[in-house]
Design a protein around this ligand. Structure first.
Ligand code: PMV
Length: 311
C-alpha cells in the first residue's frame, strides 16, 4: 500500500493558445497555424484513495457525475493512472477561445504521467489531453491540445498532428475578449449544418481558408508580418461568411486595425470570445485603443522557438 507520505506528487503545465489561421477548417482536415501563449494552467496530482479535482474555485469528486470528474477519469483511464487528487491553477481566461480547457488537459496529463514516474512523450500527453477534451468538445480536431503542449508556433493537421513552425521574428500579439464566449461544440455543429444546406458555400470557404493558411506559413517563415496580417484579415472575412463572427468581434477587429494592427481576426470557435491582432513593433497602442473601446485586452509574444515538440 502507498502511504500519502511516499505517494509521488506530479506537476504539469499547459499553455493557452491562439489559432492564428485555420480554425473550423481544421475540423475538415485542412491545416491550421496555432501558437501557445504564456498564460496557461498548472496542475498538481497526488495519488489518493479516491479521485477529486479542483480547478480555480470549482471542485468535483468521484461519483458526483460532473463533467469535470468524468474528464479526470478519462485521462486516468487513457494513461493508466490510479485515483488522484488534482489541483489546477489557471491563468488563461476560461471559455474565451484561448484554449483554457486544452491547457488544463495537457497540464493534468503531464502531472499524472509524472506520478507514474513516466518520461512524457507528445503521443502520451496528447492522448490524455484528447480524452479530456472529448468530454467538453465532442470531437475536437486536436489543434488546441497540440498548441497547449508545444508552447510555440505550430502547423497542425488532424491527420499528421503538430509540426513546429519556426518563426523568423517574434510575433507580437494583442488578444482581446469580444463578448461572452460561445460553445465550441455548438459553433462547430453550426458550420456542419451550414455545410449540409450549402455544401458549395462551405467547400469554397474551406478551400479559401486552406490557401490562406498555406500562404501564411510562407509569410511566417520569411518574417513577412504585413503579409501575415493581411492573410489574417482575409481569414476573418471567410469566417464571417460562415456566420462565426459577431458585431462585437467585428468592432474589436476594426479598433485594432485602426490603431495600427497588421491584421485582426476571431480566434477559436467564434460567436464571441477572443480576437487576436498581429502588431508591428510595440503592441501598446493597439492594446490601449482596445481598452479605450471597452475591451479587456492583453499582449503576448510568440517566440521564435518551440520548446515542447521534442519527440
Ligand atoms: O475551442 P476553441 O474555441 O479554441 O476552438 C478550437 C478550434 C476549432 O477549430 C473551432 C475546433 C477544433 O476542434 O479544432
Amino acid at each position: 500500500m502507498t502511504s500519502s507520505a511516499d505517494a509521488r506528487i506530479g506537476l504539469g503545465r499547459g499553455n493557452g493558445k491562439v489559432v492564428l489561421l485555420g480554425e473550423h477548417a481544421v475540423v475538415y482536415g485542412m491545416p491550421a497555424i496555432a501558437a501557445g501563449i504564456s498564460l496557461g494552467a498548472t496542475a498538481r496530482a497526488t495519488p489518493s484513495a479516491s479521485s477529486s479535482i479542483r480547478i480555480a474555485e470549482r471542485r468535483a469528486h468521484a461519483g458526483d457525475g460532473s463533467e469535470l470528474i468524468t474528464a479526470l477519469e478519462r485521462i486516468r483511464q487513457e494513461l493508466g493512472a490510479g485515483p488522484q487528487q488534482v489541483e489546477v491553477d489557471v491563468e488563461v481566461p476560461l471559455g474565451s477561445g484561448l484554449g483554457g480547457s486544452a491547457a488544463i488537459g495537457v497540464a493534468v496529463s503531464r502531472a499524472l504521467l509524472a506520478t507514474l514516474g513516466e518520461a512524457e512523450t507528445p503521443r502520451r500527453v496528447l492522448a490524455g489531453a484528447d480524452a479530456w477534451e472529448r468530454v467538453f468538445h465532442g470531437n475536437p480536431s486536436g489543434v488546441d491540445a497540440a498548441a497547449a503542449y508545444a508552447g510555440g508556433c505550430i502547423w497542425f493537421t488532424k491527420e499528421a498532428g503538430p509540426e513546429p513552425l519556426f518563426v523568423d521574428l517574434p510575433l507580437q500579439l494583442v488578444i482581446c475578449l469580444a463578448g461572452p464566449p460561445a460553445s465550441t461544440k455548438q459553433m462547430v455543429e453550426g458550420v456542419q449544418r451550414l455545410g449540409e444546406r450549402r455544401p458549395d458555400l462551405l467547400g469554397k470557404s474551406l478551400a479559401g481558408i486552406e490557401s490562406l493558411v498555406k500562404n501564411a506559413k510562407l509569410c511566417i517563415q520569411a518574417g513577412d508580418l504585413s503579409g501575415l496580417g493581411q492573410l489574417m484579415n482575409y481569414n476573418q472575412m471567410l469566417l464571417s461568411g460562415l456566420f462565426l463572427s459577431t458585431p462585437e468581434i467585428e468592432r474589436a477587429c476594426a479598433v485594432a486595425r485602426a490603431a495600427g494592427a497588421l491584421g485582426a481576426k476571431l480566434t477559436g470557435a467564434g460567436g464571441g470570445g477572443a480576437v487576436v491582432a498581429l502588431c508591428d513593433g510595440s503592441p501598446q497602442t493597439v492594446e490601449e485603443a482596445l481598452r479605450a473601446a471597452d475591451f479587456a485586452a492583453f499582449s503576448t509574444v510568440v517566440q521564435a522557438s518551440v520548446g515542447g515538440l521534442r519527440p
